[in-house]
Design a protein around this ligand. Structure first.
Ligand SMILES: Cc1cc2nc3c(=O)[nH]c(=O)nc-3n(C[C@H](O)[C@H](O)[C@H](O)COP(=O)(O)OP(=O)(O)OC[C@H]3O[C@@H](n4cnc5c(N)ncnc54)[C@H](O)[C@@H]3O)c2cc1C
Length: 410
């Protein structure tokens, strides 16, 4: 399928495709070699969590090719959400390398969009400019170990106004990227006024990671992967952390609204990249099927393999179209109007891609579960997408209620 419908999209997609095939895919073994020695989860060892040199080399290359910060929707970047979709998909084919090289990886992208939306001039200069330059990294601290964080109103971390300051107390976890030595910014969501109406209780604050009282306790793992080069996932304690009021993003009480605004585009980008993983899997399943023979027959001649390939292609194309639809709605009617469409792809895409990757693993046999091939780490990554940024059930509950409301008798 060719979604590169207009001149600009075709141009960027051609450049991204060339970058992928000539620079990124050949660099995958280099990335593996440069990160191979990283074992363990010592949060105090910066060498474990930094990006390896190959990512910086590819970043210079991506920048020279004009493939930098493309996630920022027009008018802030050169592309609309729909035009960015095929680029993000291409980057998803090499998820550990391409998004980072193009300064298009989560959680920095979501944080940059948030700052673009809500930061004042000083916050922009201090945080947004270096993030856009790729000289700073950041984390987003919302989820808490003590409460069911699917429901943002459960948050217990407090952000207490105190004169010209606000003071933070609480524990966050799954703060992706926070262990990277380049991570200087933690964007924290907490309760600033427990008595206020539910949607006005929370505030978001920009906290420099080296502020006294910020303590990283440990690193978490995803199916045993510590995701070192992505800066890991941290448990972070905030104990009497004092920052100026000027560090508040937007205004006191605007946290819940900002969290919602941040998560929408981030969910779409995750889906676009996941489509790229599945596309790569389908192509390589087909190649593999012509290379292996069992019981006198090529795998390509086995009916079950033909079913896997056909079914995967159908599911992949359907999922991609739904992502395109959500992107089109965001461009034409705005993120709020696209809310339900984004929920739909957030449920459909990770589950679909997980199934396709599962078939790829099966087709490759034992080789499929080894890290020399990308399927195992891709599989775990899309599996977590069914939980992160809101579990499937929460989106389905909201979608289901909307369906039911439309038929409710008076
Ligand atoms: C790899 C990874 C990266 C992450 N990165 C970040 C990050 O950078 N920053 C951050 O703040 N958080 C991050 N998270 C956390 C993630 O957003 C939360 O895990 C998610 O919001 C769910 O919250 P919870 O884990 O507390 O699950 P809970 O709220 O405890 O829910 C557990 C389960 O209950 C079920 N459930 C919940 N509500 C309902 C309902 N209404 N109806 C039916 N079933 C329901 C669902 O099956 C759900 O999976 C990350 C998580 C992962 C795995």
């Amino acid at each position: 399928m060719d979604f590169t419908v207009d001149e600009r999209t075709r141009d960027y997609a051609a450049r991204a495709s060339a970058f992928l095939t000539t620079a990124v895919l050949p660099a995958e073994p280099v990335f593996a070699a440069q990160t191979a020695g990283r074992v363990g989860a010592d949060p105090a060892d910066p060498a474990l969590w930094t990006r390896p040199p190959i990512v910086h080399e590819l970043a210079a290359e991506a920048r020279a090719r004009g493939l930098w910060n493309l996630f920022l929707p027009a008018p802030h970047g050169p592309l609309t959400v729909g035009q960015y979709a095929p680029i993000a998909e291409l980057s998803g084919r090499s998820p550990h390398l391409a998004p980072a090289a193009m300064n298009c990886s989560a959680p920095d992208t979501g944080n940059m969009e948030l700052l673009q939306l809500a930061a004042d001039d000083r916050q922009r200069e201090r945080w947004l400019t270096p993030l856009l330059e790729g000289t700073l990294r950041s984390a987003f601290c919302m989820t808490e170990p003590a409460v069911a964080s699917s429901d943002a109103l459960n948050m217990r971390t407090t952000i207490r106004p105190d004169g010209a300051s606000v003071v933070l107390d609480g524990t966050k976890w799954w703060s992706t990227g926070a262990l990277a030595p380049e991570c200087g910014l933690l964007i924290v969501l907490g309760v600033s006024d427990p008595q206020a109406a539910p949607r006005e209780r929370m505030t978001m604050v920009c906290v420099p990671r080296d502020t006294p009282g910020v303590r990283i306790e440990r690193a978490l793992s995803v199916f045993g992967y510590h995701e070192h080069a992505a800066g890991g996932h941290a448990v972070i304690h905030f104990e009497g952390v004092r920052v100026p009021r000027a560090a508040v993003l937007g205004e006191l009480g605007a946290g819940a609204q900002l969290a919602q605004a941040r998560l929408g585009p981030g969910r779409v980008h995750h889906c676009m990249r996941a489509i790229g993983m599945a596309q790569r899997a389908v192509e390589q399943m087909a190649e593999r099927a012509w290379q292996r023979e069992t019981f006198g027959e090529l795998l390509a001649d086995q009916g079950v393999v033909q079913q896997w390939c056909g079914q995967s292609q159908v599911e992949l194309d359907a999922a991609r179209l739904l992502v395109q639809h959500a992107a089109w709605l965001m461009d034409s009617a705005g993120n709020r109007a696209a809310h339900r469409a984004i929920q739909q792809i957030k449920v459909l895409v990770p589950g679909t891609v997980q199934t396709i990757l599962d078939r790829a693993i099966q087709l490759f046999g034992a080789a499929g579960v080894d890290d020399a091939l990308p399927w195992a780490s891709m599989f775990t990554a899309v599996r977590t997408l069914r939980i992160a940024d809101g579990p499937d059930e929460v989106h389905l509950r909201s979608l289901g209620r909307a369906v039911l409301r439309s038929a409710r008798p008076d």
